[in-house]
Design a protein around this ligand. Structure first.
Ligand code: FES
Length: 229
Protein backbone atom coordinates (compact mmCIF):
# COMPACT_ATOMS: atom_id res chain seq x y z
CA UNK A 1 0.00 0.00 0.00
CA UNK A 2 0.93 3.60 -0.13
CA UNK A 3 -0.05 6.74 1.68
CA UNK A 4 -2.73 8.71 -0.19
CA UNK A 5 -2.45 12.35 -1.14
CA UNK A 6 -5.37 13.08 1.20
CA UNK A 7 -3.46 11.60 4.11
CA UNK A 8 -0.30 13.47 3.14
CA UNK A 9 -2.30 16.71 3.20
CA UNK A 10 -3.67 15.79 6.62
CA UNK A 11 -0.17 14.96 7.87
CA UNK A 12 0.95 18.45 6.88
CA UNK A 13 -2.11 19.88 8.64
CA UNK A 14 -1.18 18.07 11.85
CA UNK A 15 2.42 19.24 11.59
CA UNK A 16 1.20 22.81 11.17
CA UNK A 17 -0.62 22.75 14.48
CA UNK A 18 2.56 22.81 16.56
CA UNK A 19 5.24 25.48 17.03
CA UNK A 20 7.76 22.67 16.51
CA UNK A 21 6.44 20.52 13.68
CA UNK A 22 8.09 17.35 14.97
CA UNK A 23 5.82 17.59 18.03
CA UNK A 24 3.09 16.29 15.72
CA UNK A 25 4.81 12.94 15.18
CA UNK A 26 2.67 10.92 17.60
CA UNK A 27 -0.68 11.96 16.08
CA UNK A 28 0.83 11.61 12.59
CA UNK A 29 1.74 8.00 13.32
CA UNK A 30 -1.83 7.33 14.44
CA UNK A 31 -3.05 8.90 11.19
CA UNK A 32 -0.91 6.75 8.89
CA UNK A 33 -1.91 3.75 11.01
CA UNK A 34 -5.57 4.57 10.34
CA UNK A 35 -4.98 4.43 6.59
CA UNK A 36 -3.05 1.18 6.35
CA UNK A 37 -4.07 -0.60 9.54
CA UNK A 38 -0.53 -0.42 10.87
CA UNK A 39 2.54 1.80 10.74
CA UNK A 40 4.10 0.58 7.53
CA UNK A 41 7.49 1.55 6.08
CA UNK A 42 5.53 3.82 3.70
CA UNK A 43 3.79 5.46 6.65
CA UNK A 44 7.10 6.05 8.39
CA UNK A 45 8.56 7.53 5.21
CA UNK A 46 5.56 9.86 4.80
CA UNK A 47 5.95 11.14 8.37
CA UNK A 48 9.69 11.56 7.93
CA UNK A 49 9.24 13.48 4.68
CA UNK A 50 6.61 15.79 6.20
CA UNK A 51 8.80 16.59 9.20
CA UNK A 52 12.19 16.58 7.46
CA UNK A 53 13.33 13.80 9.77
CA UNK A 54 15.14 10.59 8.91
CA UNK A 55 13.12 7.39 8.68
CA UNK A 56 15.32 6.05 11.49
CA UNK A 57 14.20 8.87 13.77
CA UNK A 58 10.53 8.20 13.02
CA UNK A 59 10.94 4.44 13.36
CA UNK A 60 12.59 4.92 16.75
CA UNK A 61 9.39 6.55 18.00
CA UNK A 62 7.02 4.12 16.26
CA UNK A 63 8.76 1.12 17.83
CA UNK A 64 8.73 2.60 21.33
CA UNK A 65 4.95 2.75 21.84
CA UNK A 66 2.77 -0.35 21.77
CA UNK A 67 -0.22 1.57 20.41
CA UNK A 68 1.58 1.61 17.07
CA UNK A 69 1.43 -1.74 15.29
CA UNK A 70 4.33 -2.59 13.01
CA UNK A 71 2.51 -5.43 11.28
CA UNK A 72 -1.03 -5.52 9.88
CA UNK A 73 -3.36 -5.25 12.84
CA UNK A 74 -6.61 -7.08 13.42
CA UNK A 75 -9.92 -5.42 12.66
CA UNK A 76 -10.50 -4.82 16.38
CA UNK A 77 -7.90 -4.20 19.05
CA UNK A 78 -8.80 -6.06 22.23
CA UNK A 79 -6.97 -4.95 25.35
CA UNK A 80 -7.21 -6.67 28.70
CA UNK A 81 -5.64 -4.93 31.67
CA UNK A 82 -3.73 -7.30 33.91
CA UNK A 83 -2.03 -4.71 36.10
CA UNK A 84 -2.42 -4.85 39.85
CA UNK A 85 -6.00 -3.73 40.51
CA UNK A 86 -7.45 -5.52 37.50
CA UNK A 87 -5.44 -8.65 38.29
CA UNK A 88 -6.75 -8.66 41.84
CA UNK A 89 -10.32 -8.41 40.59
CA UNK A 90 -10.16 -10.99 37.80
CA UNK A 91 -8.06 -9.50 35.01
CA UNK A 92 -6.00 -12.65 34.53
CA UNK A 93 -9.11 -14.81 34.27
CA UNK A 94 -10.53 -12.28 31.81
CA UNK A 95 -7.38 -12.45 29.73
CA UNK A 96 -7.34 -16.24 29.76
CA UNK A 97 -10.95 -16.38 28.55
CA UNK A 98 -10.45 -13.78 25.80
CA UNK A 99 -7.21 -15.33 24.62
CA UNK A 100 -8.63 -18.85 24.51
CA UNK A 101 -11.81 -17.71 22.75
CA UNK A 102 -9.95 -15.70 20.12
CA UNK A 103 -7.25 -18.34 19.72
CA UNK A 104 -4.49 -15.77 19.99
CA UNK A 105 -1.96 -14.66 22.57
CA UNK A 106 -0.44 -11.34 23.53
CA UNK A 107 0.38 -9.18 20.50
CA UNK A 108 -1.13 -11.74 18.18
CA UNK A 109 -4.00 -11.55 15.68
CA UNK A 110 -6.72 -14.19 15.59
CA UNK A 111 -6.65 -16.43 12.53
CA UNK A 112 -9.79 -14.76 11.14
CA UNK A 113 -8.07 -11.36 11.32
CA UNK A 114 -10.75 -9.94 13.60
CA UNK A 115 -9.04 -9.62 16.94
CA UNK A 116 -5.68 -8.12 17.82
CA UNK A 117 -4.97 -9.10 21.41
CA UNK A 118 -2.86 -7.22 23.91
CA UNK A 119 -2.29 -7.47 27.63
CA UNK A 120 -2.43 -3.76 28.37
CA UNK A 121 -1.06 -1.71 31.20
CA UNK A 122 -3.18 0.24 33.68
CA UNK A 123 -5.75 2.37 31.88
CA UNK A 124 -6.37 4.62 34.89
CA UNK A 125 -9.74 2.93 35.21
CA UNK A 126 -8.94 0.91 38.33
CA UNK A 127 -12.21 1.95 39.95
CA UNK A 128 -13.97 -0.20 37.35
CA UNK A 129 -11.59 -3.16 37.33
CA UNK A 130 -11.26 -5.54 35.67
CA UNK A 131 -11.19 -3.48 32.51
CA UNK A 132 -11.19 -4.52 28.87
CA UNK A 133 -10.88 -2.15 25.94
CA UNK A 134 -12.11 -2.65 22.39
CA UNK A 135 -10.55 -0.22 19.95
CA UNK A 136 -9.67 1.78 23.08
CA UNK A 137 -13.29 2.11 24.23
CA UNK A 138 -13.79 1.01 27.83
CA UNK A 139 -15.62 -2.10 28.96
CA UNK A 140 -15.81 -1.77 32.71
CA UNK A 141 -16.06 -4.47 35.37
CA UNK A 142 -16.07 -7.28 32.86
CA UNK A 143 -16.62 -10.94 33.53
CA UNK A 144 -15.17 -13.63 31.24
CA UNK A 145 -18.68 -14.48 29.95
CA UNK A 146 -19.39 -10.82 29.17
CA UNK A 147 -16.06 -10.46 27.37
CA UNK A 148 -16.75 -13.51 25.22
CA UNK A 149 -20.22 -12.15 24.43
CA UNK A 150 -18.57 -8.94 23.18
CA UNK A 151 -16.21 -10.91 20.93
CA UNK A 152 -19.08 -13.01 19.59
CA UNK A 153 -21.15 -9.89 18.89
CA UNK A 154 -18.26 -8.30 17.00
CA UNK A 155 -17.73 -11.48 15.02
CA UNK A 156 -21.39 -11.60 14.01
CA UNK A 157 -21.35 -7.95 12.96
CA UNK A 158 -23.62 -6.62 15.70
CA UNK A 159 -23.24 -3.09 16.97
CA UNK A 160 -21.29 -3.16 20.21
CA UNK A 161 -21.23 -0.27 22.63
CA UNK A 162 -18.81 0.51 25.39
CA UNK A 163 -20.18 0.32 28.92
CA UNK A 164 -19.62 4.09 28.82
CA UNK A 165 -21.72 4.63 25.72
CA UNK A 166 -19.71 5.05 22.49
CA UNK A 167 -20.02 2.43 19.77
CA UNK A 168 -17.02 0.32 18.83
CA UNK A 169 -15.87 1.37 15.34
CA UNK A 170 -12.75 -0.62 14.55
CA UNK A 171 -9.03 -0.17 15.04
CA UNK A 172 -8.47 2.00 11.98
CA UNK A 173 -11.31 4.39 12.82
CA UNK A 174 -10.09 4.61 16.40
CA UNK A 175 -6.56 5.40 15.20
CA UNK A 176 -7.92 8.22 13.06
CA UNK A 177 -9.84 9.66 15.99
CA UNK A 178 -6.80 9.44 18.25
CA UNK A 179 -4.75 11.30 15.62
CA UNK A 180 -6.97 14.29 16.27
CA UNK A 181 -7.33 15.19 12.60
CA UNK A 182 -11.06 15.43 13.32
CA UNK A 183 -13.28 14.31 16.17
CA UNK A 184 -15.84 12.46 14.03
CA UNK A 185 -18.47 14.11 16.20
CA UNK A 186 -17.41 11.97 19.13
CA UNK A 187 -16.47 14.62 21.65
CA UNK A 188 -20.02 14.69 23.00
CA UNK A 189 -20.18 10.91 23.42
CA UNK A 190 -19.64 9.13 26.69
CA UNK A 191 -20.81 10.19 30.08
CA UNK A 192 -19.48 12.28 32.90
CA UNK A 193 -17.27 10.80 35.57
CA UNK A 194 -19.36 8.58 37.81
CA UNK A 195 -19.47 8.33 41.60
CA UNK A 196 -16.69 5.75 41.80
CA UNK A 197 -14.35 7.83 39.65
CA UNK A 198 -15.07 10.87 41.80
CA UNK A 199 -14.83 9.06 45.13
CA UNK A 200 -11.58 10.58 46.32
CA UNK A 201 -12.53 14.05 45.13
CA UNK A 202 -15.89 13.71 46.86
CA UNK A 203 -14.28 12.49 50.07
CA UNK A 204 -11.83 15.39 49.95
CA UNK A 205 -14.65 17.88 49.42
CA UNK A 206 -16.61 16.41 52.32
CA UNK A 207 -13.59 16.91 54.55
CA UNK A 208 -12.88 20.40 53.28
CA UNK A 209 -9.60 19.32 51.70
CA UNK A 210 -8.66 21.38 48.60
CA UNK A 211 -8.52 19.11 45.57
CA UNK A 212 -7.01 19.53 42.15
CA UNK A 213 -9.15 21.58 39.79
CA UNK A 214 -11.53 18.84 38.69
CA UNK A 215 -14.74 20.78 39.11
CA UNK A 216 -17.63 19.72 41.32
CA UNK A 217 -18.26 16.02 41.89
CA UNK A 218 -21.47 15.14 40.11
CA UNK A 219 -21.43 11.39 40.67
CA UNK A 220 -24.21 10.94 38.15
CA UNK A 221 -22.27 9.42 35.26
CA UNK A 222 -22.99 5.95 33.92
CA UNK A 223 -21.80 2.78 35.55
CA UNK A 224 -23.04 0.46 32.85
CA UNK A 225 -22.90 -3.11 31.81
CA UNK A 226 -22.33 -4.39 28.30
CA UNK A 227 -24.91 -3.23 25.78
CA UNK A 228 -25.36 -5.41 22.71
CA UNK A 229 -28.01 -4.53 20.17
S1 FES B 1 -4.98 -1.75 36.97
FE1 FES B 1 -6.38 -2.05 35.33
S2 FES B 1 -7.14 -0.06 34.94
FE2 FES B 1 -5.71 0.25 36.54
Amino acid sequence: MSISETTRTELAELAGRYPEARSALLPMLHLVQSEEGYVSPEGIAACAETLSLSTAEVAAVATFYTMYKRRPAGQHHIGVCTNTMCALLGGDALWDAVSAHAGAGHDEVSSNGLFDLERIECQAACTHAPVMTVDWEFFDRMTPDEAIAVLDALESGQEVRSTRGPAVRGFRAASRTISGIDDDGLTAEGGAADALMMATTTAAAERGIPAADGGPASGDGPIGKVTLT
